[in-house]
Design a protein around this ligand. Structure first.
Ligand code: GSH
Length: 202
């Protein structure tokens, strides 16, 4: 399997999950501006969506969309217990979390990285994000992981997105349980290895 990624981008989520699952994989870095991969390929021809992540499976399928990729990897490594069994109520609750992170948090960060976004757009984005972290603060005050006491791919996705708080100077001090969650997930060996491999950690 090959994961197309850009350092520190949301592709870090499937990268961590591949390591948590103990799967064999290779990485190919994508320059998101030029849309060229490290080996010189035209990434737009590989993934017409033009964004990362994309996973080339051993069957030759190109799977895109982070939440789909991390569930695929989890299902290919059932012993790792990274996702509840397909069809169970817990699985739908996992999907509920993935959708929440994707639509309510992940995409709200976009204006904060966009130099063309107006100050109004950035303020609106910060307000929206803060509302979601206030909600998560209550949840993570009651349990260690989003799904309860079982670590899952949803925790990885939330960790990766919350990791952007630093670069966009989003103050997380009002959310001590979210900060403790970040430290907890960030200390996992697979997370440390992925951060190191992407050049984000010495
Ligand atoms: N819906 C996609 C969004 C992926 C996405 O936003 N990728 C960003 C990096 S975090 C990207 O590659 N942006 C560059 C671009 O859109 O050209 C997913 O969840 O996988």
């Amino acid at each position: 399997m090959k994961l197309y990624f850009s350092p520190g981008a949301c592709s870090l989520s499937p990268h961590i999950v591949l390591r948590e699952a103990g799967m064999a994989f290779s990485l190919e870095q994508v320059d998101l501006r030029s849309k060229r991969t490290a080996s010189g390929a035209d990434y737009s021809a590989i993934n017409p969506k033009g964004y990362v992540p994309a996973l080339e499976t051993d069957e030759g399928v190109l799977l895109t969309e982070g939440p789909a990729i991390i569930q695929f990897v989890a299902d290919r490594a059932p012993g790792s217990a990274l996702a509840p069994a397909a069809g169970s109520m817990a699985r739908y609750q996992l999907v509920e979390w993935l959708n929440f992170i994707s639509t309510e948090i992940h995409k709200s960060f976009s204006p904060l990285f966009n130099p063309a976004a107006s100050e109004d757009m950035k303020t609106n984005a910060r307000n929206a994000i803060n509302k979601r972290y206030a909600y998560l603060e209550g949840i993570l005050g009651q349990r260690n992981y989003l799904m309860g006491e079982q670590f899952s791919v949803a925790d990885v996705y939330l960790f990766v997105i919350t990791n952007w708080a630093g670069p966009v100077q989003l103050d997380l001090t009002p959310y001590p349980h979210v900060q403790a969650f970040q430290a907890r997930i960030g200390a996992r060996p697979a997370v440390q290895d992925a951060l190191r491999a992407e050049g984000l950690l010495q």
